[in-house]
Design a protein around this ligand. Structure first.
Ligand code: MSP
Length: 691
């Protein structure tokens, strides 16, 4: 038995739970459950990250205090997770005294050891990331590459953390502990980041108040990441009931492992800053987290998770529609852990039907049906395995060992693949063993004994599967075991349930045929489900509007599919050029398009894209908008400067690759080599709205 401590990132309370945060939390819960199955003493931590400028601003925008805002939003996270069958052992909030006290102690320790000093700092800051950015990282127009929003110039008194001192130490750590950062791509990325040189890090702020005050310097609050990262330890130092749980933290000679599951966007904080803070506080290399594992980013139905889309795909609502187990299974199985992945609603239904309905569910139904027919729904006394059974057991034991290895190396998608290989092998076995034929043996007794062997074999495999699916599908595991006449899985520390997965059932044990666990979803049910689930994004709503007379595109699923390509929708049969045959839209639909007068401030060619120009267009905002437009075949860049143009100002940004992002569109008519730009006559001020 070992100790296994697994954590999610703590979530900012400026947002509500969404599919990205649900994904991290489900994976973490599944890992915790897997380790419990193995008899480990497993502990999971999640929580909320509540300090910082971002939260202070959101609260003020909403007309409330940061504390009240944090209380409300944190409660939404706490309430959401159990609905996804996530059973964290602790939920930490960074505004709790058990956390703030620990962080202040940590600060004092690092200060006493000499790695904090006072100075002044000036740089670009992205409030979305709560992090400083180097000029190199920014997109044209001083935009944060993650949030695509302008960064702010900050200059203030600050405490610095002597990060530069840890450059070599960290590189040595990564070399000595090759598993410290996973997957490999992220490890390489961090190594080259550190090799590029580490600057001392500004770790306090004096321009706002919503943070943990720096001990002895009340005018400073701590950098939110210094505060946040410490949650992994503060929650152990002061457990939910005040207990000391530090035995879960790694230490020389202990069997404890601590694994941080994080998104790839926050790997640097966990793999560079966090170990450096710990080392600076006097922890040794053996007392660092065992591993930081970064997963990729999810898109939804092929689209980036915009704020609107994130809100549209509420994981709790999804779980209430399809069941938490189905959502968990799909996320764990469909997304290669560590890689970016897509959450596709239609693929969820497809996978449900294939893996759960036709494979595992069918195996359970047909086995229990056969038992009802041939053994009176009891385990029969006969057990005389033939080479068919020997081969089957040899194969499924390998699959089970593979599944365990994959869970151990944090690859839930492969662990489930190996698990389902057992269900597939069992289904093939039923067809080959053909109990319905065996029972017809001229020697009746021999026939019955053979059928009993076949059914006992299947019951053994189903028993194993009911345990192996528990990390992904705890409720379905219990329901399956109920039909098999077994108690729900109850892990016990020190008792490895993988040790005797394929145990045979004792003759005479009874079970019953229940309702199918995974009734197959037919086409009509699927259509209705997808219509309820697939969110309307701004883009798909606009597409719907344009396609009002297009019956084929009238379902949200179809609209989403269309909006995937950002394809403009044309009425199907009418001549798209004729205004008379165009479908009509309501005034409100037109009103949703924000058209502005703009003045072109600058224009440049886009390298390697012979059609595109990058324009800076003044539309009355603080700084000119960057717009990428396909004008290069008609206009020389210099011809455009000073021209009045019409800008669609509220289009979602479009990424052209290579750092070129367009924040709007110009209106024009004509073929690409002979375009005429739409404009206004008269000296209309930039920013004037067209209506
Ligand atoms: N508060 C910090 C973490 C501090 S940990 C000491 C934070 N919070 S967050 O709420 O913004 O993000 C939490 C996690 O959600 C991150 O791991 C991030 O990668 C993840 N995701 C946000 N959008 C996501 C997707 N679209 N897909 C998958 N995960 C995503 O960062």
């Amino acid at each position: 038995m070992a100790r296994f401590y697994v954590t999610t990132p703590i979530y900012y309370v400026n947002d509500v739970p969404h599919l990205g945060t649900a994904y991290s939390t489900i994976v973490t819960d599944a890992l915790r459950r897997y380790h419990l199955l193995r008899g480990d003493s497993a502990r999971m931590l999640t929580g909320t990250d509540e300090h910082g400028l971002k939260i202070e601003r959101v609260a003020h925008e909403k007309g409330t205090t940061p504390q009240r805002w944090a209380d409300e939003t944190s409660a939404r996270f706490r309430a959401a997770w159990p609905k996804l069958d996530i059973a964290a052992d602790d939920f930490i909030r960074t505004t709790e005294p058990r956390h703030t006290e620990f962080v202040r102690e940590l600060w004092k320790t690092i200060e006493a050891k000499g790695d904090l000093y006072e100075g002044e700092y000036e740089d670009w800051y992205c409030v979305g990331c709560e992090s400083f950015k180097t000029e190199k990282e920014l997109l044209p127009g001083n935009l944060c590459p993650i949030h695509l929003k302008p960064v702010e110039r900050l200059k203030e008194k600050t405490f610095f953390f002597r990060l530069s001192k840890y450059e070599k130490i960290l590189l040595e750590l990564y070399a000595r502990k090759p598993d410290f950062i996973a997957p490999k791509e992220r490890r390489n990325e961090i190594i080259s980041f550190v090799e590029g040189g580490l600057r001392d890090l500004s770790v306090s702020r004096t321009s706002f108040k919503w943070g943990i005050p720096v001990p002895g310097h009340d005018e400073h609050v701590m950098f939110v990441w210094f505060d946040a990262l410490a949650n992994y330890m503060s929650a152990l130092k002061h457990g939910p009931n005040g207990e000391d749980l530090m035995a879960y933290w790694p230490k020389l000679g202990s069997d404890a492992r601590a694994v941080h599951i994080v998104g790839k966007d926050i790997i640097r904080f966990h793999a560079v800053y966090w170990p450096a803070f710990l080392l600076a506080a006097g922890f040794t290399e053996d007392e660092l987290p065992s591993q930081v594992y970064a997963h990729g980013f999810l898109t939804i139905d092929g689209m980036k998770m915009s704020k609107a889309l994130r809100n549209g795909v509420d994981p709790v609502r999804l779980a209430s529609e399809v069941g938490p187990d189905v959502l968990r299974y799909h996320l764990l199985r469909a997304i290669a852990f560590g890689q970016d992945g897509d959450f596709d609603h239609a693929a969820l239904v497809e996978r449900y039907n294939a893996d759960l309905g036709k494979n595992l569910g069918n195996l359970l139904n047909r086995t229990l049906g056969l038992c009802a027919k041939y053994t009176g729904s009891k385990v029969g006394p006969g057990w005389a395995p033939t080479p068919l059974e020997d081969d089957l057991f040899a194969a499924v034991k390998i699959h089970a060992a593979d599944a365990a290895n994959e869970w151990d190396s944090i690859a839930p998608h492969r662990a489930l693949e190996a698990t389902w290989a057992i269900a597939s092998a069992a289904n093939q076995y039923v067809d080959r063993a053909a109990p319905w034929a065996a029972v017809k043996d001229a020697d009746k007794e021999r026939g019955q004994a053979r059928v009993e062997t076949i059914l006992s074999t299947l019951l053994s495999l189903l028993g194993a599967l009911s345990i192996m699916i528990w990390p992904a599908m705890p409720q379905k595991s219990a329901a399956m075991r109920k039909q098999l006449g077994l108690e729900p899985v109850e892990p016990r520390t020190g008792h490895d349930l993988f040790a005797n997965l394929f145990a045979l059932r004792a003759p005479g044990e009874a079970f019953s045929v229940g309702a199918p666990l995974f009734p197959v979803i037919d086409k009509d049910t699927e259509k209705a489900l997808l219509e309820r689930l697939v969110p309307k994004t701004d883009a798909s709503a606009a597409t719907d509007a344009a396609a009002a007379a297009t019956p084929a595109a009238a379902t949200p699923a179809a609209a989403a599919a269309l909006s995937k390509n950002d394809a403009p929708t044309k009425p199907p049969e009418a001549d798209p050029g004729s205004p008379m045959t165009r479908s009509l839209i309501a005034y409100d639909q037109f009103g949703a398009v924000d058209l502005r007068v703009g003045v072109v401030v600058s224009a440049e060619r886009v390298q390697k894209k012979d059609k595109l120009l990058q324009l800076k267009v003044d539309i009355g905002e603080e700084s000119p908008r960057s717009i990428i437009a396909g004008l290069a075949k008609t206009f020389k860049p210099e011809e455009l400067v000073g021209k009045r143009v019409i800008v669609v100002a509220n289009l979602a940004p479009r990424d052209f690759g290579g750092g070129f992002v367009s924040f709007g569109m110009l209106l024009a008519t004509g073929p690409s080599e002979d375009l005429t730009l739409a404009t206004v006559t008269g000296n209309v001020a930039p920013g004037a709205r067209l209506k």
